[in-house]
Design a protein around this ligand. Structure first.
Ligand code: SAM
Length: 283
């Protein structure tokens, strides 16, 4: 390779990545998550929530509002086979590990299509699993084939970077906060690892739909449980920006979202502009 070729490559790899949107405590990058994370210093962020591709968009069908519809979410969600999917997950989870502070924590959500690979890799890469939350969806769509159980939960793994470091857990808020609509959580009792939260409400989709948008109540609970004001929260697979919106609503934190698709960045900006900080007793 000529000297000239390699210097061009070096210059490219160090050129700054300009945010697609930046407001007080809220930054969005329209890029590949690996590329953006490579620019961050080590031990930089306090908490990561990652909702990576599920790898389930392989032409199956599901039921929506009583109609049979394709399960396909987008080309980004296609499986490339077991080994390639594992490599992809290992690359981004390793990148997260490098930039997470020693006392920081990571949450990864998924269904059985991806969550076992992610859980395996968290352990392989030296994380310490704190919980695997079962997010139960009381209003999940029925099963069309009637040949197996209706899928009605997702798993959200919560892990810390370092087993010996003291991670943050807002025990008080989780025990004494109000979690309207979650019939499993009883007043003034410890929060259990099964959370009953419905799929996103229509008002959460008023600016458009992301095919795998998470409910705001889920992300508010996660951000509140594991961060304090001043913390930096990163979502490498921003999607429609639910993590960022939860962060803004709770106030005081800094949010960084990374997303490949401009339409999803635009949706996030619209949602950002429409929400207000709603301080909670337990923030
Ligand atoms: C499961 S969705 C996230 C949904 C999000 N949690 C929400 O509530 O809206 C995953 C998102 O990651 C994006 N994505 C996929 N591969 C990516 C990559 N390498 N870098 C950045 N974003 C990526 C997809 O475009 C998709 O919007």
């Amino acid at each position: 390779m000529s000297g000239r070729g390699s210097s061009t490559k070096d210059a490219l790899s160090t050129s700054p990545i300009i945010p697609a949107f930046s407001a007080e405590g809220f930054i969005l990058y329209q890029n590949d998550a690996l590329e953006v994370m490579a620019r961050f210093p080590e031990n930089y962020v306090d908490m990561i929530f990652a909702d990576p591709p599920y790898m389930l968009s392989n032409n199956g069908f599901t039921c929506q509002n009583g109609r049979m519809v394709s399960v396909n979410k987008g080309h980004w969600d296609k499986s490339k086979g077991f080994e390639e999917d594992l490599k992809f997950h290992e690359a981004w989870i390793s990148a997260c590990r490098r930039i997470l502070k020693p006392e920081g924590t990571i949450w990864i959500s998924g269904t059985y299509h991806s969550i076992y690979q992610c859980g395996f890799l968290l352990q392989k890469l030296g994380f310490h699993i704190l919980n695997d939350i079962a997010w139960f969806k009381p209003n999940a769509a029925p099963n069309l084939s009637c040949r197996f159980f209706t899928a009605s939960h997702e798993t959200v793994i919560w892990a810390r970077k370092d087993k010996k470091a003291k991670h943050y857990f807002n025990y008080e808020a989780m025990k004494n906060g109000h979690f309207n609509g979650d019939f499993i959580k009883k007043e003034n009792t410890q929060m259990r690892s099964v959370w009953a939260i419905g799929t996103p409400k229509p008002e959460e989709k008023e600016f458009g739909k992301h095919p795998t948008q998470k409910p705001l109540a889920l992300l508010k609970r996660i951000v509140l449980a594991s961060t304090k004001p001043g913390d930096i929260v990163l979502d490498p697979f921003n999607g429609g920006g639910t993590t960022g919106i939860a962060t803004k609503v709770l106030g005081g934190r800094i949010y960084i979202g990374v997303e490949l698709d401009k339409a999803h960045i635009d949706l996030t900006i619209k949602r950002y502009n429409a929400v207000e900080v709603q301080p909670t007793l337990f923030s």
